[in-house]
Design a binder for this molecule. Structure first.
Ligand code: BG6
Length: 490
């Protein structure tokens, strides 16, 4: 679908997200000829910069994040000509007049306000936009995470933003939903007949979802100290992945059909009790160690760190879904910084065969296992038992592999490219609805409260490992192992 002319307004336009992700994503779409001639990007920031000064900052901070392959100087210049810089203090209503003047008033122009700012400013910005008549029916607002820090603050954001914009105008971003591999999971589940009959408690033993990062907290200490791994990754990215793995087939891919099903999963998550909070949740923080052969410092010695910080950089937990489909199937979720590897994957382990007629001859009987790899490569791996050549009936696990990059030798879109296009086209399916956001907070909040009330110290783990030993114990109590611990057999 060709895009109509638009004004994309980036609040936090000179910030990190804008420079690292949003502007490079828009350049990539310009290069792919997706942007109409009348597409403009209005970057808004507090600095009293001239247009030239801002473009210099874009050259220095955004251009290095543009993919080198196929970079075209002419298109870059054409892209920069679309950018307009407006100085504005988000909390000062009097400064919004300049923004109103910079925007086109023609009703056929789509207006998108992308709030890449701290969430404390969301309500103020929306009210100030309304104050100068910019929150029209043709406007959309994009809310970048963190979408609150607990249920009450998320409800407040929803209520305040909802006073200005209708729900159908609000795009709550979770960039994991923009990843090719995550959408491929929808295709795998609902575009094939093969898995759906088996996708249930009768045939699935457990599911592991891991997002592991080698990177540390970097220069984001200010933000990270207010957040931690549970708020930063689990409440949003991991729970969204869990929803897509566990949801019932939606009737279509229309926004509400998909979001209704995701919401049902979130609402069916078994609530924690004092006992399960103590047993089924692991909180960790990285210490110094080696990642990729490089010595790296402890979290508490990173620049601007609090030497006594209790912020977690790792979290692992066991979730259960109280539905007919999933009752009794554990979902183990895990994420951490400074881990042994950089990967995101979903491991679906099927049950053992009910009776093995090959018991004597099988080298090691392994349950079938489907691995959905999201990062760094996108692919599927299905392990099956097969007979080894020879005169005896010896069975061994073998893998069927599918590498999506190899299969589709086509240019890929970064998550933000896809999501920005969806906002500009008015497609809400890959964005969270207010009730989904609140249901996710409602479920994780008892963990946050427990940590605070019980003053739970995160368990230290060496950088370059898979997190605290307690995470292995968590899954080990159920007689299972994380995938990397079970290698090379899986
Ligand atoms: C962000 C978190 O939402 O996701 C970061 O704030 C994290 O802390 C990032 O590093 C991971 O995203 P990706 O796409 O690199 O896996």
């Amino acid at each position: 679908m060709a895009l109509a002319d638009f004004d994309l307004v980036l609040f936090g336009g000179s910030g990190d997200l804008s420079m690292r992700k949003l502007l490079p994503a828009m350049y990539a779409r310009d290069r792919a000829k997706d942007l109409p001639p009348g597409a403009r990007i209005v970057c808004v920031g507090r600095h009293d910069w001239t247009q030239e000064e801002f473009l210099k900052a874009v050259e220095e901070n955004a251009k290095p994040h543009v993919a080198k392959a196929g970079f075209d100087d002419k298109i870059w210049k054409q892209f920069c000509a679309r950018i307009v810089y407006v100085t504005l203090n988000a909390s000062d209503a009097a400064t919004y007049g300049a923004l109103a003047q910079a925007l086109r008033t023609d009703a056929s122009i789509v207006r998108v306000f992308y709030l890449a700012t701290p969430p404390a400013l969301f309500a103020t910005i929306c009210h100030n936009l309304a104050g100068v008549g910019l929150a029209s029916a043709n406007s959309r607002v994009v809310l970048e995470k963190p979408l609150g820090r607990d249920l009450a603050s998320a409800q407040q954001i929803n209520a305040e933003v909802g006073r200005v914009f209708a729900e159908s105008q609000i795009y709550r971003i979770d960039h994991y939903l923009g990843k090719e591999a995550v959408q491929n999971l929808l295709a795998l589940r609902f575009g094939n007949v093969l898995f759906e009959p088996l996708w249930r408690r009768e045939w699935i033993s457990d599911v592991q979802i891991t997002i592991a990062e080698e990177l540390g907290v970097g220069n984001r200490m200010g933000y990270y100290e207010t957040s931690g791994a549970l708020r930063d990754m689990l409440q949003n990215h991991l729970l969204q992945l869990l929803c897509i793995v566990a949801m019932e087939p939606p009737v279509s891919v229309t926004p509400d059909a998909v979001r209704d099903e995701k919401l049902k999963v979130l609402r069916s998550l078994k609530r924690f009790t004092q006992t399960t909070l103590a047993q089924n949740v692991v909180r960790g923080q990285y210490r110094s160690g080696h990642v990729g052969g490089q010595a790296v410092p402890s979290y508490r010695s990173e620049p601007d760190a609090d030497p006594n910080s209790r912020t977690e950089t790792f979290v692992a937990l066991k979730a259960e879904i109280d539905t007919w489909r999933w009752a009794g199937v554990p979902f183990y979720l895990r994420t951490g910084k400074r881990m042994a590897d950089q990967l995101a994957e979903i491991v679906v382990r099927f049950k053992q065969v009910p009776h093995s007629i090959f018991a004597q001859q099988t080298t090691s009987s392994q349950p079938n296992c489907l691995i959905i790899r999201l990062q760094p490569d996108e692919g599927l791996q299905l392990s099956l038992m097969a007979k080894t050549p020879g005169d005896s009936m010896r069975l061994k696990p073998v893998d069927l592999e599918l590498d999506f990059r190899e299969t589709f030798k086509m240019p890929r879109m970064e998550a933000y490219e896809r999501l920005l296009l969806d906002v500009l086209r008015g497609q809400l399916t890959l964005f969270m609805r207010s009730d989904e956001l609140e249901a996710a907070w409602e479920w994780v909040e008892p963990v946050l409260n427990y940590w605070e009330q019980e003053e739970v110290e995160p368990t230290p783990y060496a950088s370059g490992t898979w997190g605290p030993a307690a995470a292995s114990a968590l899954i080990g109590r159920d007689g299972l192992q994380w995938r990397e611990e079970a290698l090379p057999n899986l």
